[in-house]
Design a protein around this ligand. Sequence first.
Ligand SMILES: [Mg+2]
Length: 339
Amino acid sequence: MKLSLSWEVQRITTKFEFKIARSAESYYDVVIVKISDGEHTGYGEAAPNKRYHDSKDLVLQYLESMTADITALSVEDSQVRQAALEALFPDSYALQASLDMAFWDLYGKRLDKPLHDIFGAGTDLPVSSYTIGISELDMIPVKLEEATPYPILKIKLGTPNDQAIMDTIRKHTDKVIRVDANEGWKTVDEAKRHIEWLAGENVEFIEQPMPADQLDDIAKLHDWSPLPVVADENSVRPEDVPALAGVYHGINIKLMKCGGLTNARKMIALAQKYGMDLMMGCMVESSVGISAAAQLGGFMRWLDLDGNVLIANDPYVGVGNEAGKLILGNEPGMGVRPR
Ligand SMILES: [Mg+2]
């Protein structure tokens, strides 16, 4: 069956300006791709991230110039397809992810099975956190109010203002908090000082405390740390994982970094082999990308799949989110459709 490819750009607007240690944005342009065989259509999403030198323009340029190469790829053989996607689009992880997702979605629809079933991940997912970006202190109560239904918060630190941000939050709530420093602490001493203090603040783990290129320093936290330390900017592709054993306690997998579901499954297998904990995260994404990631959620210890609930104008409907509990249906593929 001959495949056809189409795509659309969607500007998704965040409910609040989304600020982390290195950037601040109030909207993101994502690219939704659709691969159809005439009977079924598979959906995928590219949410390109500047941290990984990716962009919407690069994604669109590739889609326009390489359409025939994409529609020639295999629906059934994900390994061969992934190798081809990496050779065709070596510098756009988000495009790799979107196409891999769309092919998997199409595959699931052809088999009339949900992907979580095909992957053996099931529908019993851990509760996802809800992210609070770095805020002016007077905005924190407003953001906490918005987060009321969610029992677990993820807080972005790694700023000169960490203590004041945390103190302000703790004046309003005693909820479990996961801290993401986004590479913001620059020395082992600084990281240790923060982690020691946060361990007494009902914090569950620390994500990417220090810059990704300081792996030797981060390794010094491994045996010492009172809290699990989880790799994010260090845990990009499957080939990154072996070097993280003994450095981090867990890895944060994101489809937009690793190149899609096929590579995410490889990272899961590697982390299990090395005895590391698993977390699934996301960028700011619509329900297409979040529903794809949720198909593997049953394998995770921690979930941070809130990208679609941080936005005000989600163009798609897919996995549900009831107070952080992700609800997967039994529709074939990823179970997404236009809103
Ligand atoms: Mg992170």
